[in-house]
Design a protein around this ligand. Sequence first.
Ligand code: PGA
Ligand code: ZN
Length: 421
Amino acid sequence: AIKAVDAMEILDSRGNPTVRVFVQLEDGTCAQASVPSGASTGEHEAVELRDGDPKRYGGKGVLQAVKNVREVIGPAVTGMDCTRQVQLDQTMIGLDGTANKSRLGANAILGVSMAVAKVAAQSCNLPLYAYLGGPNAVRLPVPMMNVLNGGKHADNSVDFQEFMIAPVGAPNFAEAMRYGSETFHALKGLLGKQGLATAVGDEGGFAPNLKSNEHACEIILEAIQTAGFAPGEDIALALDPAASSFHENGVYNLSKSGQGIKTSAEMVALWKSWVDKYPIILLEDGLDENDWSGFAKLTDALGDRIQIVGDDIYVTNTEFIRRGISEGTSNAVLIKLNQIGTVTETVEAVRLCKLAGWSFLMSHRSGETEDSFLADFAVAMDGGQIKSGSVCRSERLCKYNRFLEIERELGAHANFGLYDF
Ligand code: PGA
Ligand code: ZN
């Protein structure tokens, strides 16, 4: 049973406050979990409670969320059986009492939810992925590595947020990391030769001032070849332009690159031309989070060729995902724990995707911590793909390194790669 719950304010990878939760069981078993934080957040995400006190961290302090863990959630869950995750999460949802977790804060609630899952795994003497996923959780995901950053994640001339490399042709996870790392370093060399910056953005990808958005794809393809890999076969491309972040007044404004204003239909045409030209396997948030009809047209145009993933439009919320399934909005969903705020509700979102025959892409946030919960969770949910940023910055690598450990632990029983949809 849970004996004590505690919390503190720590800092995330951007130097902003976030919540760390500690849980202790009566037998002395302890675990802790830390909550990530996004920058290009969806409108309907569960609320990340921030103090708003301008004298501390520009208003971004999380002392109230910490207090809510210590004084409200802690006393309510003390004595509970830690393996009753659904009961625990429902208790917290009930305590909060709002639709978007704005009273206690999704950051407070998720911290407890994750820490309890971890401590329960320990008390069962199981690794977290096996505790949450059962004995069939043996598949390592293809890492979609965000090697070039733009949009809200970098101050450069690129409108689109994430250009990812997906080593689909690698035989296992460890080799996939090698493919990614060698390409990342080849890309650094190419950027340097062209006199372009090799400083990195929030997720560890390079953030150069390129001539155009297309230039990003072209230089990555060149890097893949320079590193000795075949574009498309060994390493494919995946994109998250995070289109909500450049959508204003009903149009898409490609202002960072100076490529002008586009309508929804023009964006669909742009993505189609990119998929014709480049070996892209996945497009996340190709349109704005409120552009449901545009999304459906995008899925009509490209859904039989690539994964059309909704992130900001669904915010890991089964209500929105259900609407997407009935309207043919996409064929895949991005999954982020802190968009919805409990482990249980995130598992529900994943289950809905599986029932619909949709794929899902497990994801970190642009503001991360050294917690590797996500890696175990991704293996448990068994989606075959993950995004945890680039091949540098330890808040990204701690997830990838945890996958390497899991692969080693599973040994000959490990599987790797995308599911065929
Ligand atoms: P965020 O970016 O964490 O800043 O929201 C990640 C994403 O858009 O997928
Ligand atoms: Zn996204």
